[in-house]
Write a protein that binds this ligand. Structure first.
Ligand SMILES: Nc1ncnc2c1ncn2[C@@H]1O[C@H](COP(=O)(O)OP(=O)(O)O)[C@@H](O)[C@H]1O
Ligand SMILES: [Mg+2]
Length: 254
C-alpha cells in the first residue's frame, strides 16, 4: 500500500532524513520510533505531502504524491489522515466539536464513507456517529475544545482522522501530551478502530512500550537514518541493532 524508497530530506543543508526505505501492507501497523529530532515527524509530513522530499519516491496505492499538484494531490491525500500529538493545537478553538469533526468531510463533499451513508444529508448526525465511534457522548457536539479534557480532545482528533475512512492513519505521538492514566485508553481505542475500519497505522512514538503494544513491525530512526526494522515479536532478539537495544533498556528501566 505505502512504499517509501530512498527518501532524503534536508532543511537548509542539514540532512534530516537519509535514504529512507520501507514498505507497508494494507491493514498493517508500523511503529516509527526514535529520539526527539530523529526525523519522525518529517517522515510523516513527506508521506502526507505537506513537505517535498529532496530525493526518492513515496507512493501510496501506486500513486506518487511527489508528482501530484493541486486537485490531484488533494484527491490522493484523502486516503492518508493524521492524528497529531497536541489536540489543543490541532483543533480550531473557535469551532464547536461537531464542526471540527466534519471538517475533512466538508473538504471532500463527494466522499461519504459507508458507515455514514444513512445520514449523508445531515452533517451534525455524521459528527454524532463519529463521536460515538471514539467513545464520546453526543452531548459534547456543541462544546468547544477548551471545555474538554485532554483525553476527550484527542478522541475528537481521532474522530476527525477517521472521518474519511482513510487507508492510512498516521498517528504522530498521539498520547505524548496525555496523562499516563489516559494513554492506555487512547491506545486501546486506536486498536479497536483499526480493526473496525481495516486501516493501516503509521504509529510514531518515542515510547517503545506503546509501539510494541500497537504495532506489527517497528522501524527505528536514529538521526535521520533507518537503523533497524523488525517484527515486534523480535524486539528482544539478539540480532537487534545496538541502538534498538539501548532504547529497550531505557524502557525496561523506566
Ligand atoms: N521546517 C523545518 N525547518 C528547519 N528544520 C526543521 C524543520 N522541521 C524539522 N526540522 C529539523 O529536522 C529535525 C527532525 O525533526 P522532526 O522530524 O520533527 O523530528 P522528530 O519528530 O523525530 O522529533 C530536527 O533537527 C528539526 O529541528
Ligand atoms: Mg515529532
Amino acid at each position: 500500500m505505502l512504499q517509501v524508497k530512498n527518501v532524503s530530506k534536508s532543511y537548509r543543508l542539514t540532512p534530516v532524513l537519509n535514504e529512507i526505505t520501507f514498505q507497508m501492507q494494507q491493514g498493517e501497523s508500523l511503529g516509527l520510533i526514535g529520539e526527539s529530532g530523529s526525523g519522525k515527524s518529517t517522515m510523516a509530513k513527506l508521506i502526507v505531502g505537506l513537505e517535498h522530499a529532496d530525493g526518492g519516491q513515496i507512493t501510496l496505492n501506486d500513486v506518487d504524491f511527489q508528482e501530484l499538484r493541486g486537485a490531484e494531490l488533494r484527491k490522493a491525500r484523502r486516503h492518508v489522515q493524521v492524528v497529531f500529538q497536541d489536540p489543543l493545537a490541532s483543533l480550531n478553538p473557535k469551532l464547536p466539536v461537531w464542526k471540527s469533526i466534519i471538517e475533512p468531510l466538508e473538504n471532500y463533499p463527494d466522499v461519504v464513507p459507508s458507515f455514514l451513508k444513512e445520514v449523508r444529508n445531515d452533517r451534525k448526525k455524521m459528527a454524532g456517529i463519529l463521536l460515538e465511534k471514539v467513545g464520546l457522548d453526543r452531548n459534547l457536539l456543541e462544546r468547544y475544545p477548551h471545555q474538554l479534557s485532554g483525553g476527550q480532545r484527542q478522541r475528537v482528533g481521532i474522530a476527525r482522522g477517521i472521518s474519511l475512512q482513510p487507508n492510512l492513519l498516521i498517528c504522530d505521538e498521539p498520547t505524548s501530551s496525555l496523562d499516563v492514566s489516559i494513554q492506555a485508553q487512547i491506545l486501546n481505542l486506536l486498536k479497536e478502530l483499526k480493526k473496525e475500519f481495516n486501516m493501516s497505522y503509521l504509529f510514531i512514538s518515542h515510547d517503545m512500550a506503546s509501539v510494541q503494544y500497537m504495532c506489527d513491525r517497528i522501524a527505528v530512526f536514529k538521526q535521520g537514518v533507518l537503523v533497524d526494522l523488525f517484527l515486534s515479536k523480535d524486539l528482544f532478539s539478539d540480532t537487534r541493532h545496538p541502538y534498538t537495544k539501548t532504547l529497550v533498556e531505557v524502557t525496561v528501566e523506566s
